[in-house]
Unconditional design. Structure first.
Length: 218
């Protein structure tokens, strides 16, 4: 069929929309050996969910006009920087080890309308910290996309936008070799964001005090 082609291999599917060459989709759910580390397992007794109001950490709080921090979620968390428009003061390094919520919780779930998956974050110690949340989010978004997951996208336009985001991410690699490596590894969940990678903070939901919306912008 002219215009769009799908080719199946033993392990990969290659997709070509009209104006974008094909991203690779892995049929293996194993992350690459050079990928982000797996969050540590919780060895503490779980805490009960709070029954009263829960506030998100100011570093993670959503504001529709001013992001709490400058952070591209396609990059590792150490690239995060303070946003002087949100907070004029330098942030101490220890701030990322503070609880992500007040009161603290033993698990936090993030949802986003462009992602068909939920991210449930365990704590590294007694509670989910800001660091736990940011590291888990990066690891989650770097996870390979399965062909079956890609095929659930509802329209051809969305598939094309995901493919464009994939190629744009590969093109931002620091060298031709690194770009080729990213291309070979194929689509990742971050590509489903379709360019909306800028962290804008978390907002509450009606699904419980442990479920928060991941707000992003382009």
């Amino acid at each position: 069929m002219p215009g769009k082609h799908v080719r199946f291999n033993d392990d990969n599917i290659f997709y070509s929309p009209k104006s974008v060459s094909s991203p690779t989709l892995s049929d293996s759910s194993l992350p690459s050996s050079t990928g982000p580390r797996t969050p540590p397992q919780n060895t503490y007794l779980p805490l009960t969910l709070p029954t009263g109001p829960v506030a998100i950490h100011p570093l993670l709080a959503f504001h529709p006009c001013v992001a709490p921090v400058i952070y591209d979620t396609s990059l590792p968390p150490h690239t995060l920087a303070p946003n002087v428009h949100a907070s004029p003061h330098n942030l101490p390094a220890s701030v990322v080890d503070e609880p992500a919520t007040q009161p603290s919780m033993h698990t936090i779930t993030l949802v986003n309308d462009r992602l068909p998956w939920r991210l449930t974050i365990p704590p590294s110690k007694h509670f989910v910290s800001v660091r736990d949340l940011l590291e888990a989010l990066y690891c989650f978004l770097r996870h390979p996309v399965l062909a079956s997951e890609y095929n659930t996208l509802p329209t051809q336009q969305i598939k094309d936008e995901v493919a464009i985001a994939f190629h744009a991410r590969c093109g931002r690699a620091p060298s031709k070799e690194a770009a080729a490596e990213q291309y070979h590894k194929g689509l990742k969940r971050v590509d489903f964001l379709r360019g909306r990678n800028r962290f804008m903070g978390l907002s509450s939901t009606k699904l419980g005090p442990d479920v928060w919306v991941l707000n992003l912008a382009g």
